[in-house]
Design a protein around this ligand. Structure first.
Ligand code: EPU
Length: 421
């Protein structure tokens, strides 16, 4: 079994490259199934979730080839049975539902289960497809969606779900007439999907506004597209730099999409600057870290503070001088990592969706386990700031979303290695 070993306390210097966005790349890969023509995606991160999505696309009959950071996808033939294993492992697998139903009129796909962030149903996805005329039934743990043709309509989401917005947007591309998604999620990755679809010949607009309008077209073509930089990865390294003591530059950083995170870091007292729209520089040293102020963080749908940075900022707040409150209004159970941070000396109390963090802890290295991707990132933040050695197990969760993590941190001066334990 692999683990990440970290000797905390090293100062980080230099620059860290930011890879393409996981949560955009996975959806663009699914969107490529809408056409029988070849698509090319550049800047695709080499992470475990992308490899699982490749398996799903191949299981559906698409040809997928990776050359460096580029993926070539061609779904000349498209099946209707999604392979169960990778869908069971990765919730984002359900994003193929919209495109496959749009193109083939049917899909049979494994029902994705709950996960360590709390129950994560897909009722909005299914209700939206039903509103467009599809029939949905469940059989032996599989969901079957059927529709001779999808009909554009008005859809209202009870919560601005990222996945439901994207799935319904992709389904609507080949529907008859106009679909309007109300209370749509506004995450920037949805804009990436919109731009990709429009480059293929779709007619989608409104991403970022909360109301997305899709005028159906009979068919779409292949295209080449570059995945946007990962704002969550950039935010993770920002927090790492603030916690560890650093003079670190991040590039290409989507500064415009990091407003909520940067505002919170300023409030905490982190010294950062953005010399241009795709560069961020963070400087922190020991004495400054002791002066970090406690804050109140509410993780909300975009443009609120991202839930995917909630664990990392909680780890940083264990260093602040005073008591912070962090709540997560997107996922109902995203504080599983708090027990592990406590092993490192953090003082955190969790009640449902809220954590209270008594700062000023002297973190010390420990043997801990990552239970999910961003919880694992929080452990990395804490271990880099802690005194002594840490061993982080559950690395497969971290590998879902961060490629070459140890290499990039090592190059900046961190003492971090992957071990077989
Ligand atoms: N929800 C429902 N019913 C649905 C869909 C969602 O109740 O049909 C609930 C969920 O249970 C959750 C909330 O709505 O409580 C938000 O879920 P959403 O659908 O927005 O999340 P998602 O599409 O499943 C994506 C990201 C997550 C990120 C969330 C929120 C991908 C592949 N995943 O998930 O990323 O936390 O949006 O921003 O895009 C991560 O990268 O670590 C990660 C978990």
């Amino acid at each position: 079994m692999e683990a990440i070993w970290i000797q905390g306390g090293s100062r980080l210097e230099g620059s860290i490259p930011i890879h393409g966005a996981k949560n955009s790349a996975l959806k663009l890969m699914a969107a490529a199934l809408l056409t029988d023509q070849p698509c090319r995606l550049d800047n695709v991160p080499d992470i475990r979730d992308v490899r699982m999505m490749v398996q799903i696309l191949e299981g559906l009959g698409a040809q997928v080839r990776r050359e460096g950071d580029t993926l070539f996808i061609e779904a000349r033939e498209l099946g209707v049975e999604a392979p169960p294993e990778p869908v069971r492992e990765m919730r984002a697998g359900i994003q193929v539902m919209g495109p496959v139903v749009a193109r083939r009129g049917r899909i049979r796909i494994f029902q994705p289960g709950g996960c360590s962030l709390g129950p994560r149903p897909i009722d909005f996805h299914l209700r939206g497809l039903e509103a467009m005329g599809a029939r949905v039934r469940e059989e032996y743990g599989f969901i079957i969606v059927e529709a001779e043709h999808l009909q554009g309509t008005d859809i209202y989401l009870d919560f601005p779900s990222v996945g439901a917005t994207e799935n319904l947007m992709m389904a609507a591309v080949l529907a008859e007439g106009t679909t309007v998604i109300h209370n749509a999620a506004r995450e920037p990755e949805i804009g990436d999907v919109e731009r990709f679809l429009n480059q293929c010949g779709a007619r989608v607009n409104g991403s970022g506004t909360g109301v997305i309008r899709v005028e159906g077209v009979p068919a779409v073509q292949g295209t080449s597209y570059q995945v946007m930089p990962d704002r969550i990865e950039a935010a993770t390294f920002l927090v790492v730099a603030a916690a560890a003591g650093a003079d670190l530059t991040l590039r290409p950083a989507p500064v415009v999409h990091l407003e909520a995170v940067l505002a919170k870091l300023s409030q905490i007292g982190v010294d950062w600057e953005s010399p241009d729209p795709s560069t961020l520089r963070v400087r922190s040293r020991g004495a400054m870290r002791e002066m970090y102020r406690p804050v109140h963080v509410r993780a909300l749908p975009y443009p609120g503070f991202p839930t995917d940075v909630q664990p990392q900022i909680t780890a940083l707040l264990t260093l602040a001088r005073g008591t912070s409150i962090v709540s997560d209004e997107v996922h109902s159970a995203r504080f599983g990592y708090a027990d592990e941070l406590r092993r490192m000396g953090a003082q955190i109390w969790v009640d449902g969706r809220t954590a209270v963090i008594k700062g000023g802890s002297h973190l010390t290295g420990a043997r801990v386990t990552a239970g999910d991707l961003r919880g694992g990132a929080a452990l990395i933040v804490a271990a880099l700031a802690a005194e002594g050695e840490s061993l982080i197990e559950g690395v497969q969760h971290i590998d879902r979303g961060y490629a070459k993590l140890e290499e990039r941190l090592q190059q900046a001066g961190a003492k971090i290695r992957r071990l077989e334990v």
